[in-house]
Design a protein around this ligand. Structure first.
Ligand SMILES: CNCC(=O)c1nnc(C(C)(C)C)o1
Length: 316
């Protein structure tokens, strides 16, 4: 077993704030580390997952000005769980508004899972604003990826947990689980909405890491977290990420070909299987590619965290 580097120590923001990004939405953001350091924006997963303290710890706080924000409708951003005016393109616009408000010309973009999706979309849209692009547990939000995790794939590896995910949905509707969940997650029956939100959220959190993480699963079952996470994820997925076509991110990867980058992937990632990271690696060969054998999906797994730290140190 190789010696793994650990996350940087726990850290508190030196500044937090709120930015009104539309008549309806206001986002919460925070800054950690060195106010005059190299700027980096760290993107959380989901969508709808919200920032968590460990996301502050992938960068050397002496070298980096670490910026995080709760994407629309989740965490401390408001209105909580709001789906209106909440699309991939709204989040890209929010990143630009935040960058300008903070007086940043270019920044490193780091994201895992959905954060890798949003990071890649942002870099393909504004390549001139990205100093480096670091993507972990790659999620391209293609139809095949959604089918794998929410319809017929990951359930072969976790049949017990998949049964609990299917349970709130009548047999007659199980042929399209995302549509069936969306109907209930946007419905009027609060009890059904929360039961479905918990089932959706626990399904994903059960599959996150190579070794079971009971604490993570318990957090996923929390009504407040599950409400935003499940609603927002399902809203984005039922709209196929608001992309113009399936596979858009791969088709447009030429836009980032000259950006220094890294793709970091767990071999046993059940949520966003390695096929997407591999496809991105083949389409963007200049990016450093790091496969971590003894890891699944989540950034705090020792192998993944260690490689992420090595990459951000190298880019500092
Ligand atoms: C398809 N969603 C993958 C993703 O971004 C994700 N999955 N779980 C999370 C949390 C870590 C936020 C629970 O994020």
């Amino acid at each position: 077993m190789t010696a793994h580097r650990l996350l940087y120590p726990e850290i508190e923001p030196y500044r937090t704030g709120r930015l009104k990004v539309s008549d309806l939405h206001e986002i919460y953001y925070e800054e950690c580390g060195n106010p005059t350091g190299k700027p980096v924006v760290v993107l959380h997963g989901g969508p709808g997952g919200g920032i968590v303290p460990f996301l502050r710890r992938f960068h050397n706080p002496r070298a980096y000005r670490i910026i995080l924000f709760d994407q629309r409708g989740c965490g401390r951003s408001t209105p909580f769980g709001e789906l209106a005016e909440n699309t991939t393109w709204d989040l890209v616009a929010d990143m630009e508004a935040l960058r300008k408000m903070l007086g940043i010309e270019r920044w490193q973009v780091l994201g895992g899972s959905w954060g890798s999706t949003l990071g890649l979309v942002y870099a393909e849209t504004y390549p001139e604003r990205v100093s480096e692009l670091v993507l972990r547990s790659v999620f391209l939000l293609r139809e095949a990826e959604l089918r794998w995790f929410y319809q017929d794939g990951a359930g072969w590896l976790f049949p017990d947990a998949f049964e609990a995910y299917q349970a709130p949905i009548p047999e007659a509707e199980r042929h399209d689980m995302i549509a069936a969940y969306h109907k209930r997650l946007t419905g009027k029956d609060e009890a059904i909405l929360l039961a479905c939100a918990r089932a959706w959220s626990v399904w994903e959190s059960t599959c996150l890491s190579l070794l079971p993480n009971k604490e993570r699963i318990a957090q996923a079952a929390d009504d407040r977290f599950a409400y935003a996470f499940a609603r927002i994820e399902c809203h984005y997925f039922v709209n196929n990420g608001f992309f113009r076509e399936d596979g858009q991110l791969l088709k447009d990867v030429w836009r980032v070909k000259d950006i220094p980058g890294a793709i970091i992937q767990g071999r046993y990632d059940v949520v966003t299987p390695m096929a997407s990271a591999w496809a991105l690696h083949k389409a963007w060969p200049k990016a450093r590619f790091e496969l971590v054998t003894e890891a699944g999906h989540t950034g705090t797994e020792p192998g993944l965290a260690s490689v992420l730290i090595n990459v951000t140190d190298a880019f500092s």
